[in-house]
Design a protein. Structure first.
Length: 285
């Protein structure tokens, strides 16, 4: 499949962005991707699951046989579209709108998943925000708090709530970023949270090893998602991803299979690791 795209100079006014407003639309699954029951009978909770990488993971999980709960902020149209896509795969989909920065909401979301599906087997901590600033002195205390609250505090909250329901063979998958490895001068706070996610993943894997709960992460490079036009100006969107060895941004469909692998029995001897779908950038991590 040819994933070459022209992103154009499009922008959006607010995060996390709306997938329905993107041209071209992100590719969330390959037409020739065949499920093989890798997640049959399982249920998953995906934060930031309404669009972008989260949507792609939701549809891939559904094609592999899992029921899916999607946590999202307020992008109802995108969430409804993802729900339709999951249900078209023959699986159930639960939509849970709310703010992942709030500990009480995270606990409630996990409870709703267990009440709806009867269990929780896979937690995907994926929701994120980013706000470019060229000078560290421009990062306000409020921005710093919000970025950390969304990008790493929520990972703690959801994991704490989920652990009561996860058992041997179940999985936690965290979304990190290539910026955790090579940094990003204009995304200092975002990159810092992504570095924290890598350390969180490695530490949590060790903590849960005795319980045989598998913990891994995915560190995508530049992927064409709503967060991009919602973050950057037209010039940067036009150039997005073209500085990678593969000379293009990636598609969510090229990232989601990493999550399938880490969620299923194929990854039973992997924990504390990070996969790197990043367009060929060697990060040695």
């Amino acid at each position: 499949m040819d994933y070459q795209i022209q992103t154009g100079g499009q922008t959006q006014d607010s995060q996390p962005g709306i997938e329905q407003e993107m041209t071209p639309a992100p590719v969330f699954i390959r037409e020739n991707y065949r499920g093989s029951g890798k997640l049959e009978g399982k249920s998953a909770l995906i934060t930031g699951g309404d669009s972008g990488i989260g949507r792609a993971v939701a549809v891939h999980f559904a094609r592999e046989g899992a029921d899916v709960a999607i946590v999202y902020l307020e992008e109802d149209e995108d969430a409804q579209e993802t729900k339709s896509l999951v249900e078209a795969e023959g699986q159930r989909c639960l939509l849970i709108p709310g703010d992942v920065r709030e500990e009480a909401f995270c606990k409630e979301a996990v409870s709703r998943v267990v009440n709806e599906f009867g269990k929780l087997n896979i937690l995907v901590n994926n929701a994120a925000e980013q706000h470019p600033k060229e000078d560290i002195r421009e990062i306000t205390a409020n921005q710093l708090h919000d970025t950390f609250a969304t990008n790493i505090f929520a990972f703690f909250f959801f994991t704490q709530a989920a652990l009561e329901h996860l058992h041997e063979g179940d999985a936690i998958i965290n979304t990190a970023s290539v910026t955790a490895y090579h940094g990003s001068p204009a995304l200092l706070d975002y990159s810092s949270t992504k570095g924290a996610i890598v350390a969180f993943t490695r530490s949590l894997a060790g903590s849960l090893a005795e319980k045989k709960i598998i913990v891994n992460a995915v560190a995508p490079g530049p992927i064409w998602t709503p967060l991009i036009p919602a973050t950057f100006n037209a010039e940067k969107v036009e150039k997005f991803g073209k500085d990678t060895p593969l000379k293009r941004p990636g598609q969510p469909a090229e990232v989601a299979p990493c999550y399938v692998f880490l969620a299923c029995e194929d990854a039973s001897y992997m924990s504390g690791q990070v996969l790197h779908p990043n367009g060929g950038q060697v990060v040695n991590g």
